[in-house]
Design a protein around this ligand. Structure first.
Ligand SMILES: Cc1cc2nc3c(=O)[nH]c(=O)nc-3n(C[C@H](O)[C@H](O)[C@H](O)COP(=O)(O)OP(=O)(O)OC[C@H]3O[C@@H](n4cnc5c(N)ncnc54)[C@H](O)[C@@H]3O)c2cc1C
Length: 425
């Protein structure tokens, strides 16, 4: 094990996706002198690499990049990136606010490449409180590389931003490691290399990822038999109309946070169609056209099984047998591969913070994204992407990153100022 105690840090950021990348930028733009290190599980920067599908676009305007809503003059804006890459005028000629996912990933990677304080290939496995008597003064953060090298890092404060965990519905949980049921988060690396001509594949779900996977598989040369299996009557469109879109404005965070908890819950429910189990209208039309064109040809390899529930799943020989119940009754159907487009879950109690729950005084982070801990616990822990219930639907998305990261950076600076002042006394 490498003991990195010698480099005692002011801040460790867990994860180096867009949330903590935005924090790195915010600290930099504040001229921060905090000793900060980010620990990232991936071997290099990558934003949802297994869903980097050809033809996919951003679902948010490029103006909601990591900085522009806070600092439109920033050298880390999407426009600065385009300028640096020599594509600014050609991008303008495209007349769009929505870059391709590939280009946005390249933008994020361009920023990540400007920071040297991220340790890649460092998956955080545990966090341990470091005590002086009754008081917790520091946190020891344990990380492990893919080839098993372990390290221990000591920090005063923590910012947790590991993203969501792929959601495995109960019916599929026992099949998680068999290699035939694969979550969309592993699509390009684990499904595509296994494709063989004529295979039968089920895609579960009706959200954006499920629809993208269905469309991508349908266009592949292997002539696959694909069923998209959804509980609802139809694939529903995501609502990105302008009045509704205002809920993603960073200024809405205060408003939402100030609501009584039952009103927040109702609001999340009533606006779920902006983000959950919905698909971009243009992709819905593309899928409809694809199914129509196959009808014209008299073909039937693609199917949409609506109002259909997966009651059970088991491996039978080399196939996964799904027990399906739908409008025409129940039946079993065998598939060579099953792709879960079933989304992500975010639960602090299942995160690397689980060991610290005895010091936690409430489940929910406060308005400043800080976890409430008891008085004997000195380190500050901030979380990014775990407060949808209290901060609104934008919490897991990109829209608020420019502002949220700066709010956290400001808190960290203030904390550091106060501890430096105490140390100097
Ligand atoms: C395919 C896809 C497309 C999307 N498109 C959009 C979009 O267009 N607009 C939008 O607003 N939102 C979009 N989202 C939502 C998405 O959550 C955000 O875009 C964004 O990725 C959130 O950033 P994050 O840093 O919080 O989480 P993530 O991007 O998930 O990054 C978390 C990082 O933490 C690392 N990590 C996890 N656990 C550990 C650990 N234990 N130790 C060390 N590192 C760890 C991960 O490897 C990852 O790099 C999309 C989501 C998906 C899946």
């Amino acid at each position: 094990m490498t003991d990195m105690n010698a480099q005692q840090l002011d801040v460790i950021g867990i994860g180096f996706g867009p949330s903590n990348l935005a924090l790195a930028v915010a600290l930099h733009e504040r001229g921060s002198r905090l000793r900060t290190r980010f620990l990232e599980a991936r071997p290099a920067f990558a934003w949802h690499p297994d869903m980097m599908l050809a033809g996919t676009d951003m679902q948010v305007s490029f103006l909601k990049d990591l900085v522009s809503l806070r600092n439109p003059r920033s050298g880390f804006s999407f426009l600065s990136y385009l300028h640096a890459k020599g594509r600014l005028t050609r991008f303008i000629n495209r007349k769009t606010f929505f870059p391709s996912r590939e280009e946005f990933n390249d933008y994020l990677g361009w920023i990540a490449g400007q920071f040297s304080n991220c340790c890649y290939d460092s998956r955080v496995t545990a966090i341990e409180p470091v005590q002086a008597g009754e008081r917790v003064t520091h946190l020891a953060v344990h990380s492990e590389s893919r080839d098993g090298r372990q390290a221990r890092h000591l920090t005063r404060n923590l910012v947790l931003a590991p993203g969501g965990k792929p959601h495995w519905p109960d019916a599929f949980a026992p099949l998680q490691d068999r290699g035939r049921v694969i979550h969309s988060c592993d699509y390009l690396s684990q499904v595509v290399p296994k494709l063989k001509p004529g295979q039968r594949i089920a895609v579960i779900g009706a959200g954006q990822s499920a629809a993208e996977v269905f469309a991508d598989l349908a266009a592949r040369p292997e002539q696959l038999q694909i069923d998209m299996i959804l509980r609802g009557r139809a694939i529903k469109p995501s609502d990105d109309t302008p009045f509704v879109n205002e809920i993603f404005d960073p200024a809405q965070t205060d408003r939402f946070h100030g609501l009584p908890s039952e009103v927040r819950a109702q609001t999340l429910h009533s606006l779920a169609a902006t983000n959950y189990a919905v698909t971009d209208a243009d992709l819905i039309e593309h899928i409809y056209d694809t199914l129509y064109a196959q009808d014209v040809r008299g073909d039937d390899r693609l199917d949409l099984l609506a109002e259909t529930q997966v009651q059970g799943a088991q491996q039978v020989g080399a196939q996964i047998s799904l027990r399906l119940s739908g409008p025409s009754g129940s039946r079993a159907q065998g598939y060579d591969l099953v792709v879960l487009g079933t989304g992500y879950q975010r639960a602090l109690e299942q995160s690397v913070l689980a060991n610290l729950s005895t010091w936690q005084t409430a489940q929910e982070p406060d308005r400043d994204y800080r976890l409430p801990m008891n008085d004997a616990f000195e380190p500050a822990i901030f979380v990014q992407g775990f407060s949808e219930a209290t901060h609104g639907l934008s919490d897991t998305l990109l829209s608020v990153l420019a502002l949220r990261s700066d709010e956290i950076a400001q808190q960290l600076e203030t904390l550091h100022g106060s501890t430096s002042a105490i140390a100097a006394e």
